[in-house]
Design a binder for this molecule. Sequence first.
Ligand code: NDP
Ligand code: HSE
Length: 428
Amino acid sequence: MTHPLRLGIAGLGTVGIGVVKIIRQKADLLAKRSGRPIEITAISARTRAKDRGISLSKYAWEDDPVALAERDDIDVFVELIGGSDGPAKEATEAAIAAGKDVVTANKAMLALHGQSIAEAAEDKGAALRFEAAVAGGIPVVKALTEGLAGNEITRIIGVMNGTCNYILTRMQSSGLAYQEVFAEANALGYLEADPRLDVDGIDAGHKLSLLSAIAFGTQVNFDGVRLEGIGRISIDDITQAADMGYRIKLLGVAQKTPRGLEQRMTPCLVPAISPLGQLEGGTNMVILEGDAVGQIVLSGAGAGEGPTASAVMSDVIDLARGIRVPTFGMPATELTTAPVAQSAVPAPYYLRFTLQDKPGALAKVATALGDAGVSINRMRQYGHDAQTAPVLIVTHTTTRDALDHALAQLPATGVVATDPVALRIEEL
Ligand code: NDP
Ligand code: HSE
């Protein structure tokens, strides 16, 4: 066997410790598969004294991840700190400047700075790999950059945030309200330190923007992702969607259209019998469509120690084998800047709002929709109190622009008591 691949690991939390465990427990297997041993030389975290459940005393320690990244005795810097800026970015950039390869699980950093970091890496001849940053244990980055490299990718669809899928499926199975299930997810430790990253769709939007870059050969454009969270989904929405044969998912869709690159991460209704509709709990699913291959469906654990460390190790083993693939599947300088599609392709929409229960109220709403060219397909009014009545409407296929125009007219009708919830119905 040739010389070992020497790692410096910064961040010894859930993922970092998972990586250390795999390297220790499977040393022989990894060496056979890689053609050389994989060794940890040095490590870094915030608090040296913290009990991490395993002994780390045989590795050199650095308080400063930048110092770790610059050590002469490491070949690969493994960034598992997290955060779009701060120490993760500083250390990653220092590693690249020192000519080291980098493996990271940090979707926030790459969604915001992926283009400049990838260009810097290529300039230095260093590799930058991020399998673990998207959909945890699912090898979707590898699928796009390698397995499907001979395809024009036509569309990516997916559920890429396990916490949101847990909340939505738990609401469905328990009949509990959003706030109760949110509290439950929090108690189970599912939510990010800043829960808005999960429930506002930001984390999943980061992931979608990274997959888009590979799929469409475009520079990462997280700002171009239309984001909407799940915080306004009520148990009524879940129940009503189920009655109509749908489930509500925080769904990511990216596709190139004649109007530009469409990227959205929004709650949508999907057919209950579809693979996405059947997706339960914290599992992720990514559907890739290519012109030659057709549709492939990948699903599995999107987070957690083992699944995420598994993805980190896939990048590490590639580097040990000498496999070097450009960060986004082609040189970063070749990535184009696609215009952002200002509106999504037309679709039917589900609307929920509360109407003042007085004569002519519904007619005013129907007129506002009709004037904007939005046609009603189905409608239901139920369980109203003395003054107001919840109303559910399913529209015929319409553009989001027309719908937004109609919704903007509703306050002027003087009969709508709450801001409408509008969810796209995605026929898969
Ligand atoms: P944790 O919060 O569990 O661990 C973060 C680690 O970074 C800790 O060990 C912490 O040190 C260390 N750290 C924080 N600040 C510094 C610093 N200034 N210098 C050195 N070390 C520092 O995070 P995770 O393991 O969950 O996540 C790591 C990365 O993986 C993130 O980018 C995350 O988005 C990504 N990821 C995580 C998944 C998961 O399931 N957890 C799934 C997919 C991706 P200390 O322990 O001493 O506080
Ligand atoms: N918060 C993320 C999720 C973790 O729920 O999927 C992994 O990115």
